[in-house]
Design a protein. Structure first.
Length: 468
């Protein structure tokens, strides 16, 4: 066959194949994408399992149907908090110990955490009580402002994590303004005084600029951790009435960021679902709305559909789930992955764009801790041997963070029966992720997508991630 004749033959063959593929709606050689799955249950941790091959759909009362045409919010990522307490323990590890721990949390073959929280001054999980402007007298000009405390363990840890994952998104929250800004003069409870709003806005600006000068850019801030409680003066906390947060954001914080040419996002509320009405009221003020990029949510009270209510009222605003951590003293601290995964799936099904746990790392007693609560870390480090223990929450995170990429979109998934929860996503490259939580006994399930299905057996009390 001459070269010219061969070219003509190949051109005609390709055209015929393309025409046939178009008439059938898919390429002649197309095969269903490969299904892979991993499970965590009594006998395995993120262990590979074998789903069936794709097959034509058949009736099944226990079926999960994925509908990629119904696309919802995009995902920012998953992570936990670099509290002073967590960074205290990262700093206590030797360099040879610290490097693999950070790689396990942030590396491409580890949990791939990509959104983390820092504290603006002391939280309850700190080794000591401190702010960035410790002054015995009011200091509205912020002459005593310094981030020196954070240069010890916090900033080096943040830089090391960002070196492993350069795309790490950091947001920061204050548990309390400096004591001299508050009624009562202490960081332990009480409320903010309006006369220091301007100074406090500059306090945020100076914090962001100082961190940036240390090579750590903060991409978002919340006005106050848990605006609606002072924890009875037992830990750093501050009451912020709704009208206070409104006035502070529109009259001081937003304008201060504009003057300083900061692109840092402002999130409000940073508290529980049951305050969803407050979020709507604040966003209803146009002068606040223009500065607020999103709402930060905690899941300690109320139900996650509150996030959907706020999204439906203000669809241009974003929802972020910014705190939730395990109790190290709970009997199922090491095995409550299904409970956490159920929480995570409901959070994502209700418009949240990130899920951020509480402390990344604490010791076996949940310390350092200057507050009243018995939280545990995502990881526990033995204070003497430095041996690590992975919590149930850690294994729940693995089923989301290892497979879901930044920019993935939540897509609809349907199918309800006792003990089962699920959430589906489509990654930017077109691959799909389905996370199924089974809080009941072992049971079969059929997963359906695009007119085909495959079968799985779900272990008792398990989390299963499926990709295709």
């Amino acid at each position: 066959m001459s070269p010219g004749t061969r070219r003509d033959f190949l051109t005609l063959t390709a055209a015929a194949a393309a025409s046939l593929a178009a008439s059938n709606g898919s390429p002649l050689w197309a095969a269903p994408p490969r299904v892979q799955a991993w499970a965590t249950s009594k006998d395995k941790r993120w262990g590979p399992i074998s789903p069936s091959a794709w097959h034509p759909l058949r009736p099944n009362s226990k079926a999960i149907r994925v509908d990629r045409a119904d696309q919802r919010q995009s995902i920012l990522g998953f992570g936990a908090a670099f509290t002073d307490a967590s960074c205290y323990w990262f700093d206590k590890l030797t360099p040879q110990e610290r490097r693999p721990v950070l790689a396990e949390l942030f590396g491409s073959s580890g949990l791939r955490l990509s959104v983390c929280r820092t504290c603006i001054g002391s939280s309850d999980y700190s080794a000591s009580l401190y702010s960035f402007d410790e002054s015995p007298e009011p200091d509205p000009e912020l002459k005593h402002f310094t981030i020196e405390h954070d240069r010890g363990a916090i900033l080096p840890t943040l830089r090391a994590a960002r070196e492993i994952n350069p795309q790490l998104f950091l947001f920061s929250s204050p548990w309390s303004p400096p004591g001299w800004m508050k009624a009562g003069g202490t960081m332990l409870g009480g409320s903010m005084r309006k006369q220091y709003f301007a100074a406090y806005a500059q306090y945020f600006v100076k914090f962001l600029e100082a961190y940036s000068g240390e090579g750590v850019k903060i991409q978002a801030v919340t006005v106050q951790n848990e605006v609606d409680t002072d924890q009875n003066g037992r830990m750093p906390a501050a009451l912020w009435g709704q009208e206070y947060e409104i006035e502070f954001v529109k009259g001081h914080l937003g304008p201060a960021f504009e003057r300083a040419a900061l692109d840092t996002k402002i999130w409000v509320l940073d508290h529980n679902y049951n305050l969803w009405g407050r979020a709507i009221d604040e966003l209803s003020d146009p002068a606040v709305n223009q500065y607020v990029e999103g709402i930060a949510w905690h899941g300690y009270a109320g139900t996650p559909d509150a996030m959907t209510r706020v999204h439906d009222a203000f669809p241009a605003k974003h929802c972020y789930w910014t705190e939730g951590g395990p109790d190290y003293s709970a009997p199922d601290y090491l095995t409550d992955w299904a409970s956490w995964s159920h929480t995570f799936s409901e959070v994502l099904r209700n418009r949240a764009e990130c899920i951020v746990g509480w402390n990344l790392l604490l010791d076996e007693k949940g310390t350092p801790n200057i507050g009243p609560f018995s939280c545990g870390g995502l990881l526990t480090v033995d204070s003497k041997t430095h041996q690590l223990t992975r919590s149930g929450q850690y294994w729940a995170f693995a089923h989301y963070s290892k497979s879901i990429e930044r920019g993935a979109r939540v897509i609809a998934s349907h199918g309800e029966w006792d003990g089962i929860s699920h959430v589906a996503l489509e990654n930017p490259n077109g691959s799909h992720v389905l996370v199924i939580t089974n809080q009941a006994e072992e049971q079969p399930v059929q997963c359906q997508s695009g007119g085909q299905g495959f079968d799985l057996t779900l272990d008792r009390d398990s989390v299963t991630t499926v990709t295709w």
